[in-house]
Design a protein around this ligand. Structure first.
Ligand SMILES: [Zn+2]
Length: 455
């Protein structure tokens, strides 16, 4: 499901669409494998968006000889810098930690104790980026035209349309990237296309339907109000990109509508803070409502009571505040970051609530808590879980089954072929079957490193 990357060869040119990191535990070894094609032979990269599973191997690609341009939208470039640097720092810390541990235990681990790439190497990839505007076709090379379209997934995310002309023939390919959702706060809706010869469509949530949007506000308001009555804190483990900004947006809305009391809200994540600033830089790429708010200098990221904590000292002060506070911190699945300290201080307090606004992967601390563990290990110590645990699913940035169908429903004639990609294998094949039944189109689920000749 992660490690998104597609190589397209046409007119003697090699384009790579995305260059993502593998994040599943059992697939992570692939990050260390040599690229299946030599990076020197790739002419350009088209980057759909700044999530690590789409951009996370770019520093390695550049280090190993890629010398072309990396095309993406301006916010994707801004956010990719924050995200790649954070990933590099984590890898450096991790390598150092492992090196010390192996030294102590006098053994060797399965991987080299070096970072996949360093912060310096991540920075070295930045000058390769070139930003493109949405809806502006750009000629990448002989007979190859590329256009980025709003994908509605996260700020800057795109569906990439590639038009290839050769000997008077023209073919259009759509790379969905991650497809977002309609009527989401802040973001514009996904673009619907009326023609394509080939479509590569993601299938992350191709087997399920999301909760209705209005539930989010109700659950948030209820959770905050009931926790306050009990006198506890609301601790929200959140991804730094999109989810954190979305939560701020909803808190601001609930405050204005007087549905929650004025409380101190701590955004305790330097990365989320940097990305929030990037959101404010691109009002024109947000939906009408957000555009209007930002134009009137009424940013939902700047409400009374919101405190940004940059340093760890500021972060520690939060624990000494009496009365109910809301704490938003990373990482989103509690695998690292400042959230661990807030869990230590709240997880054994029956009056506090841990609110998960996102999916928790198997094997993470977040998943253990969501699954109802009575006791969990945090920072090397066991803590009984007494806080209330609330999981919300309505926040997803991915289209569900019917939204993916909606995304494809604009096509006026059947594409020559649809490739269902970027999902758990069972989900991808379920969605391919569902799509086939609904449309009768030619559909398949390619496997890792499959090659296909397109007519
Ligand atoms: Zn994504």
């Amino acid at each position: 499901m992660t490690g998104s990357a597609y190589l397209l060869e046409a007119n003697g040119v090699r384009l790579l669409v995305d260059c993502g990191l593998y994040q599943e535990r059992e697939l992570r070894a692939r990050n260390w494998d040599p690229f299946p094609v030599s990076p020197q032979t790739i002419d350009a990269v088209l980057l759909t968006h700044a999530h690590l599973d789409h951009c996370g191997l770019l520093p390695k690609l550049v280090r190993e000889g890629f010398a072309g341009r990396i095309y993406c939208t301006a916010p994707t470039y801004d956010i990719a810098q924050v995200i790649l640097l954070d990933a590099a720092h984590l890898q450096e810390q991790d390598a150092e930690f492992k090196r010390k541990r192996h030294e102590r235990e006098e053994r060797k681990g399965p991987y080299p104790e070096i970072p996949l790439y360093t912060a310096k190497e991540a920075t070295a990839s930045f000058p390769r980026f070139s930003t493109l505007s949405y809806e502006e076709p750009v000629r990448i090379s002989n007979g190859i035209k590329v256009t980025f379209h709003e994908a509605g997934h996260v700020l800057g995310a795109s569906t990439v349309k590639v038009e290839i002309s050769s000997n008077g023939d023209r073919r259009t390919l759509l790379f969905s990237g991650d497809v977002g959702r309609w009527n989401k706060p802040m973001l514009r809706d996904p673009t619907i296309f009326d023609e394509a010869d080939y479509v590569l469509v993601e299938s992350t949530y191709g087997d399920r339907l999301h909760e209705a949007q209005e539930d989010i506000e109700k659950i948030l308001a209820f959770t905050i109000n009931s926790t306050r009555k009990r006198g506890g804190n609301i601790v929200i483990p959140s991804f730094a990109f999109e989810r954190a900004q979305e939560i701020l947006y909803y808190l601001d809305k609930l405050l204005i509508e007087n549905r929650i009391p004025r409380l101190l809200v701590f955004l305790d994540s330097p990365m989320a803070t940097s990305i929030t600033e990037i959101f404010e830089r691109y009002p024109d790429l947000l939906d009408e409502e957000m555009k209007e708010l930002l134009r009137r200098k009424r940013s939902p990221f700047d409400f009374p009571g919101l405190k940004i904590t940059r340093t760890t000292e500021e972060s520690k002060v939060i624990n000494h505040i009496a009365g109910t506070v809301i704490i938003i911190a990373g990482s989103g699945m509690c695998t690292g970051g400042r959230i661990k300290h807030h869990l230590v201080n709240n997880i054994s307090r029956g009056e506090s609530t841990i609110l998960f606004p996102g999916y928790q992967a198997v094997g993470t601390l977040g998943r253990q808590i969501v699954d109802g563990s009575k006791e969990v290990r945090i920072l090397g110590q066991m803590y009984p879980v007494k806080a209330r645990v609330v999981q919300m699913n309505g926040f997803s940035a991915h289209a569900d089954r019917d939204e993916l169908l909606r995304w494809l429903s604009g096509l006026k004639r059947p594409p020559l072929h649809i490739f269902v990609t970027h999902g758990e294998p069972e989900v991808a094949s379920y969605f391919a079957g569902f799509l086939k039944e609904k449309t009768g189109w030619e559909i398949s689920v390619p496997r890792y490193q499959d090659e296909v000749i397109l007519d």
